[in-house]
Design a protein around this ligand. Structure first.
Ligand code: ADP
Length: 395
């Protein structure tokens, strides 16, 4: 059988990211982004074999943009497209693994929308457009939450009255599951350990950030909760705050729920702390030049990350290694070094030379000899979605 091609689609409310993956190639055959959909500035950008191109598509919606992507995909795939994998943010308690898209699974994804009102409806736009354009292809949904459905109840329940969980689904779900799963499998391969008999801490550090404790290939705890706001300091998200902050701001400043929501999701995190940027690269440069806000943002980010990893260690029987991934985890020796410095009680220490040289897509070990493993493993959520899609094609 020739190596198969899978199109991976990740839809936001006004964007579509896509990648065409061949099971035998590590590089994408085609990848791109349609952005500002629904506006006069809608555009499509793509990369294919080292070439870049783009197209202006005024007022294009998801379906128009996907229809433009279609011939690019067919040409890059040589007319052989075998399936489509869609990223879906929230699968609630219904989805414990990837699933084929049909009337039943689509209605279950729709039913989960109240848990992810910004994300699931956007994901559905892409799914519905793709089903119309490719009615005869197998299409699969891969959920950010599914990997965390193995959390034990003591890790996923909030200390709230039970009816909020039973009747309204208020519990911890966790996100970034596709990335945590992919990098923990790769780490086990790198370390020569069986995935099914190994224990990992993972720090996924991109614009959104989360930690995860993984035992024998299963998620046992994670830092994000009901929504992707809980846990670590992120680009623009606050992570954990005192839950009474909401009533405090409402009472003392008269803020509305919408204002508080915007504050915590869009104006906080690295951006709020530094007063400068949500981008770690810019903050590292500003810190070099003595910017106080950037320096503080980096200190808080690393301390809170270390605290979360130490908390996650409660879920592990032993520590086979700590894994750094995501744009910051893969590229920032400074953040890795500062974080590990807070974790001496776990016995962690870095080989600073290995730390500094493991960047830009490199994977490898960066721990000092005789100390627990610390690994850098580039994430590849698109490849994991393609692998899940291929598995369901065979099922
Ligand atoms: P997303 O979550 O949107 O996929 P990424 O995983 O690409 O985001 O991570 C984006 C973050 O990675 C940004 O804060 C960016 O500044 C940071 N980053 C990328 N390269 C570097 C670098 N060389 N040093 C420090 N941070 C970096």
């Amino acid at each position: 059988m020739p190596a198969r091609n899978i199109l991976v689609i990740n839809c936001g409310s006004s964007s579509i990211k896509f990648a065409l993956i061949n099971e035998a190639h590590s590089d994408f055959l085609l990848s791109g982004l349609a952005e500002r959909l629904g506006s006069p500035d809608a555009q499509l950008h793509w990369h294919r074999g080292g070439e870049k191109d783009s197209l202006i598509l005024p007022n294009a919606d998801h379906r128009v943009a996907l229809a433009q992507v279609l011939p690019l995909v067919q040409s890059a795939a040589g007319g052989q497209l075998h399936g489509i994998g869609h990223r879906v943010v929230h699968g609630g308690e219904h989805f414990t693994a990837a699933c084929r898209l049909d009337a039943l699974s689509l209605s279950a994804i729709r039913a989960t929308a109240p848990l992810a009102p910004l994300h699931n409806p956007a994901n559905l736009l892409g799914i519905e457009a793709a089903i119309k354009l490719f009615p005869n292809l197998t299409q699969v949904a891969v959920f950010d939450t599914a990997f965390h459905q193995t959390l034990p109840e003591h890790a996923y329940r909030y200390a709230l009255p039970e009816y909020l969980y039973r009747e309204h689904g208020v519990r911890r779900y966790g996100f970034h599951g596709t990335s945590h799963r992919y990098v923990s499998q790769r780490a086990a391969e790198l370390a020569g350990l069986p995935v099914g008999n190994s224990s990992w801490l993972v720090a996924h550090l991109g614009n959104g950030c989360s930690t995860c404790a993984i035992v024998d290939g299963q998620s046992r705890d994670t830092s994000m909760g009901l929504t992707p706001l809980e846990g670590l300091v992120m680009g623009t998200r606050s992570g954990d705050v005192d839950p009474n902050l909401h009533s405090h701001l409402a009472r003392t400043l008269g803020w509305s729920l919408e204002q508080i929501d915007t504050l915590l999701n869009k104006d906080s995190g690295l951006l709020g702390l530094s007063g400068l940027s949500n981008d770690m690269r810019s903050l590292e440069q500003a810190r070099e030049q003595g910017h106080a806000g950037a320096t503080l943002a980096i200190e808080v980010f690393c301390y809170r990350l270390a605290k979360s990893l130490a908390a996650m260690s409660c879920a592990l029987p032993q520590l086979d290694g700590l894994i750094f991934t995501g744009g910051i985890g893969e590229n920032s020796p400074l953040i890795r070094s500062k974080t590990v410095a807070h974790l001496q009680l776990l016995g962690l220490a870095l080989d600073e030379q290995a730390n500094v040289s493991t960047v830009r897509g490199a994977s490898g070990a960066i721990h000092a000899p005789g100390h627990p493993r610390v690994l850098v493993v580039p994430t590849n959520e698109e490849r994991q979605i393609a692998l899940d899609t291929l598995e369901l094609l065979e099922a």
